[in-house]
Write a protein that binds this ligand. Structure first.
Ligand code: ADP
Ligand code: MG
Length: 461
């Protein structure tokens, strides 16, 4: 099953590339009906049920096909196109059946055709599926919510709002919803978009003066005719009034029509500066689910999962080492893992801790920052106790120390405000207030900025 999925995905990638390089009629008549059969390190085999297709494609489009397969597999493979009589018979039977039964959706070719067109218009990345998302206590709620939404789009948790620090799997989970729906509901149109692209679309539509109305209509059609809208990193629309207005209108139209909306952000709606109240309240209508930093076991499970896809034996102590060093961001954890495995395999280097340290430029100073470590240094700098910092005392020195600790926890770990709030046992609005206050005061208050700098130097020592 995994193998089969895999070849279909690889072929879908190649097809996407081919579509750009052949005419539309060649594409729909000859390329789309091809059935990927198998591939190994030497060749990629396709079956056709059309008697002329093999010759025609070999003669006229072979170079494009080689390139597309190379693009999708990363390898120079020979492409073989085989005329398959069995397949020809199967297709002609289905063609006949198509007009009087609903069974057409069950034929693999048709399904693939639909999934493919759906895939292309959806903007999704094939890597981000539920199958390769590791579930831990840090993302369980968001995962379960995402699955619920994927299985019942538009009926529960609308919108689903997923938030958390960078590199923790928000985009992955959001796209997994899209893939699941495309695979299981060929009738639904899915669109993934980053808030940045949305902003650009608004700006472009408004830019050309005389065609403004036409452009705006086109823009609205694009976003309002989908069944599932996935908007990534919504915090980026903050302060852009026209974009906010369009998000508001799009939201209302889709939500009113029972269409699913999924939003991600690095913070809660309330924490997005200057986001209008009406948007804040709408984003809070459905379910808000946060993703936190995974514990070390989950980080190791993520690496074990990646290791399965390489043909290298990655020793457990290396997995544990990397999972310990990269504590706050899975993107960085993955990046380090990829560097290590690539380097080790190219240079045929044994994977020892010493070698790995060299490859990742490991430097004891660059250890991940922990809340405890930060609070410790702040307490010792101000010469007060950790208990004071985490307490509620309001004397000036203690207040400042607490706010500096909160500020540094956010700056150095990039953790979300609610997570920091949990650590300090304070409401996240308090955390947000402290963070903003220090950030602002640092601009004018020389003595404060001196203190903060000294503390950072100590923490990073
Ligand atoms: P975010 O959008 O929160 O910044 P991404 O979704 O881009 O983060 O995730 C960063 C990288 O980490 C991606 O390559 C993603 O596949 C991977 N990743 C994140 N969380 C998980 C997880 N729970 N299981 C497997 N991979 C994950
Ligand atoms: Mg993201």
């Amino acid at each position: 099953m995994g193998q089969e999925n895999n070849i279909i995905e690889v072929w879908n990638e190649a097809v996407k590339d081919l579509q750009k390089h052949v005419s539309e009629s060649t594409f729909s008549t000859w390329i789309l009906p091809l059935e990927p059969q198998y591939f190994d390190e030497n060749c990629f085999v396709l079956h056709t049920g059309q008697a002329f297709a093999a010759n025609l494609l070999r003669k006229n489009h072979y170079q494009e096909m080689l390139k597309a397969v190379k693009q999708a597999t990363g390898r120079d493979l020979e492409v073989k196109i085989i005329f398959d009589e069995e397949l020809a018979k199967k297709i002609s039977k289905k063609e006949k059946a198509k007009y009087n039964t609903k069974e057409e959706f069950d034929t693999p070719a048709k399904l693939r055709y639909d999934s493919l067109t759906q895939m292309q218009s959806s903007n999704l990345n094939l890597k981000y599926k539920f199958e390769n998302f590791v579930v831990g206590s840090n993302n369980k709620l968001a995962y379960v919510a995402a699955q619920t939404v994927a299985k019942n789009p538009g009926t529960k948790y609308n919108p689903l709002y997923i938030y958390g620090g960078p590199g923790l799997g928000k985009t992955h989970l959001m796209q997994a919803i899209g893939h699941y729906i495309i695979k299981n509901r060929t009738d639904l149109k899915v669109l993934f978009i980053t808030a940045e692209e949305f902003v650009n679309d608004v700006v472009n539509a408004l830019a050309r003066g005389d065609e403004k109305t036409k452009n705006m209509n086109k823009f609205r059609k694009k976003y309002r005719e989908v069944d599932v809208l996935l908007i990534d990193d919504i915090q980026l629309i903050a302060g852009k009034a026209r974009t906010e207005e369009e998000v508001f209108n799009t939201f209302n139209t889709l939500h009113g029509a029972g269409k699913q909306i999924v939003i991600t952000s690095d913070r809660t709606p309330k924490e997005i500066p200057s986001l209008s109240d009406r948007l804040v309240s709408r984003f809070e209508w459905g379910l808000m689910a946060d993703i936190q930093v995974p514990d070390v076991e989950t980080r190791m499970a993520i690496l074990q999962n990646l290791a399965k896809d390489t043909n290298l034996e990655v020793p457990n102590n290396i997995i544990e080492f990397l999972a310990t060093v990269y504590a706050n961001n899975i993107r960085e954890l993955e990046g380090a893992f990829n560097r290590v495995t690539a380097y080790a395999s190219i240079n045929e280097m044994p994977m020892t801790i010493d070698n790995v340290k060299k490859i990742i430029n490991y430097n004891e100073k660059e250890k991940s920052y922990t809340f405890e470590g930060i609070v410790d240094e702040v307490a010792s700098y101000y010469n007060i106790s950790i208990k004071d910092i985490k307490g509620t005392g309001r004397c000036a020195k203690v207040s400042e120390a607490r706010q500096v600790a909160i500020y540094l926890c956010r700056e150095l770990t990039k953790q979300s405000f609610p997570v920091i709030g949990e650590f300090f046992e304070k409401k996240h609005t308090t955390i947000l207030y402290s963070y903003d206050k220090i950030k602002e005061d640092l601009i004018l208050n020389k003595s404060l900025s001196h203190s903060v700098e000294s503390i950072i130097n100590r923490i990073c020592k």
